[in-house]
Design a protein around this ligand. Structure first.
Ligand code: FAD
Length: 595
């Protein structure tokens, strides 16, 4: 079974649901009319399914190898695939033209990244993190830093990493100890140990640009004393050629449950030369630019692994013969029916589709808001786009990775015992996807970010705008019988989310444990409402095609999956509301010593 990139689904979202051609006046979109986007996605499908997917199992079995001195070798074939990635110009897709990028909309980049991550998540993390480093320097770097680093990062010739985590400091970055001492020549000497650094060392690129959080000597304790530094593996000369080797070394690799093809490194900085990005003690804010982008990338990994696992499960369910359909044989000439006839097997596959199709739409819808935030001439639209991105980032990261992992688990269930063996790819999808719930801030931390920061930010402007947008959509559909069930379902979910938001305002302020105890259910209720919105938009778009005489079953099937979402996924919203409004008293009353 080979991975088939969902180009048709992505084009439906871009063309019919988001109608991206309406933004042709914006520069990024002017470069990419729909026919061009279609060609790019077809080419991306070929590259990811033919070059990256065949290496997924190889990377899983071989993993990366570390040698004394700190050299790391990636799995067989990764180096050639990386060269092909650069030759194809894929890393440059979304980068700015002045740094050699193609300047295409992020929403197109998301479509490519989904395919690349489904095909080979471990491989795709190398260019994924590079793009995050690129964005952090775009936002905070000096002109000289931009000129020196951005073209090489945009092309993928050099890679980027994120160095936050230390043995004593994961979620709580205030505990960070890596120190920076001014060297007197404008640079700093960075010393400390960073752990679990993805792509910290590899043999794919000529140079690696580490973005490192460290505390300048004498800086305040806690998060207010953290600065961001560029620490290159090879210190570049001003013309971009490689200079001396810097004192940052990979001291070892982690053995881990999945993503074996991605090197997870212990990085030791021993008075390594580093250059401050932005202002002293303002590093965390800049790193957040990188983290927010990475969080959307991780949400996408959740969808991508689940899509690949779903495809494997659907193919298996059509071939595996066991038992007979309860309503009479469907494969009378064979010894048994394919397991796809069994309602319980269908339930798992339909759950996957109902979440994946809308999850993909929600990711692309959010990426489009990011494009508007970056490119729209109207300040109000830019601002609204930024608000939505901020609000939705923790929802997408938390909800889509939680659900992505459970879809991978169901996909294994569809395989029966075969899924638990390594003869089928689903075991790797399940193992690889598990990290998505943990890194870039655990899902618990995403939920806290949502209720603690994002809801209240700017007087609740973002969430109120989200509600108003849904209200306006619901109102505009009045009288359209074809979409009525979808619109009613959306209105119901939104009402529950609004009730939950009101409950949080009242009870969370009085007792912060109430807000924290509610946060996971609130994030899921938000995710469900987001998907309900996407299903309403997709049903409207598919319905319009059908009403226009399009007999392609793609559209009729879309409506079936949408109805399934309303009947069998969305009812979870009520349970989430009931749970979150129960408060924290019972949860917190259980004595610590009794655990
Ligand atoms: C494969 C892999 C790759 C990684 N790549 C990178 C990388 O490239 N760069 C990098 O810097 N880091 C990286 N990390 C680190 C990763 O981001 C952290 O593991 C993650 O942020 C969680 O930190 P922690 O593991 O220290 O968990 P902890 O912070 O110890 O958390 C443990 C548990 O407690 C919960 N918790 C902690 N604090 C709170 C709180 N205040 N309220 C409620 N719950 C709380 C957490 O949600 C979690 O469930 C990687 C990790 C792995 C495993």
């Amino acid at each position: 079974m080979t991975y088939r990139p969902p180009v048709r689904e992505q084009l439906f979202i871009l063309r019919d649901v988001l109608a991206v051609d309406q933004y042709a006046a914006l520069r990024a979109f002017a470069e990419a009319p729909l026919e061009v986007i279609e060609q790019i996605l077809e080419e991306a499908a070929r590259f990811t399914s033919q070059v990256l997917a065949p290496l997924n199992g190889v990377g899983d079995k071989e993993g990366c190898t570390w040698r004394h001195g700190g050299e790391v070798t990636t799995p067989t074939g990764f180096k050639a695939a990386y060269a092909a990635l650069i030759a194809g110009g894929w890393p440059a897709l979304g980068a700015a033209p002045q740094f050699g990028g193609q300047g295409l909309p992020a929403v197109v980049g998301v479509a490519f990244s989904e395919m690349s991550s489904s095909a080979n998540m471990a491989f795709s993390m190398y260019p994924g993190l590079t793009h995050g480093a690129y964005s952090a320097i775009v936002n905070g770097g000096s002109d000289a830093q931009k000129a020196l680093y951005l073209p090489k990062l945009a092309s993928g010739e050099w890679a980027g990493t994120m160095n936050l985590t230390e043995p004593q400091c994961g979620t709580d970055l205030g505990l960070l100890r890596t120190k920076a001492v001014p060297a007197g020549d404008g640079s700093y000497r960075i010393s400390g140990e960073k752990i679990w650094i993805s792509g910290g060392e590899q043999d794919l690129t000529a140079n690696i640009v580490h973005l490192v959080l460290a505390r300048i000597e004498g800086a305040p304790a806690g998060t207010r004393g953290i600065s961001l530094f560029i620490v290159p593996k090879f210190i570049p000369n001003t013309d971009g050629s490689l200079g001396p080797r810097n004192a940052v070394v990979c001291a070892g690799l982690e053995e881990k449950m999945g993503i074996h093809g991605n090197a997870t490194c212990v990085m030791v900085h021993e008075e390594a030369a580093g250059w401050l990005v932005g202002e002293e003690n303002r590093g965390l804010a800049l790193m957040f630019v990188m983290m927010n982008e990475a969080r959307l990338g991780v949400a996408l990994q959740g969808v991508a692994q689940a899509e690949a696992a779903y495809q494997a499960a659907a193919a298996f369910a059509k071939e595996r013969l066991q038992g007979r359909s309860l309503t009479g044989p469907k494969n009378a000439d064979g010894p048994a029916d394919p397991i796809l006839v069994h309602p319980d097997v269908r339930r798992m596959l339909m759950d996957a589709r109902a979440i994946l199709e809308a999850g993909r739409a929600l990711l692309m819808w959010t990426a489009l808001r990011g494009d508007l935030a970056d490119h729209h001439p109207d300040e109000a639209v830019r601002q609204a786009g930024e608000d939505t991105m901020g609000l939705l980032t923790p929802v997408l990261k938390g909800y889509l990775t939680d659900r992505g992992f459970s879809i991978c688990s169901d996909a294994m269930q569809v395989h029966g015992g075969a899924g638990f063996t390594e003869h089928f790819p689903v075991s790797q999808y399940l193992r690889d996807s598990r990290i998505t719930l943990i890194y870039e801030g655990t899902n618990g931390i995403q939920a806290l970010d949502l209720v603690g920061r994002k809801l209240a930010a700017k007087g609740g402007r973002a969430v109120m705008a989200f509600f108003a947008e849904i209200d306006a959509f619901v109102e505009a559909q009045a009288g359209d019988g074809a979409v009525a069930p979808f619109v009613e379902a959306l209105a119901g979910a939104k009402a529950q989310l609004q009730e939950a938001t009101g409950w949080l305002m009242q009870n969370g302020l009085a007792n912060p444990d109430n807000a924290a105890a509610a946060s996971n259910d609130y994030l899921h209720l938000f995710g469900l409402t987001g998907l309900a919105y996407m299903w309403a938009l997709m049903a409207k778009a598919a319905g319009a095609r059908i009403a226009g005489g399009d007999a392609d079953l793609f559209y009729a099937n879309k409506l079936i999956v949408g109805r399934y979402f309303i009947e069998r996924i969305l009812p979870d919203a009520a349970a989430r509301l009931a749970k979150l409004t129960s408060g924290s008293a019972t949860l917190m009353s259980f004595p610590a010593e009794a655990f």
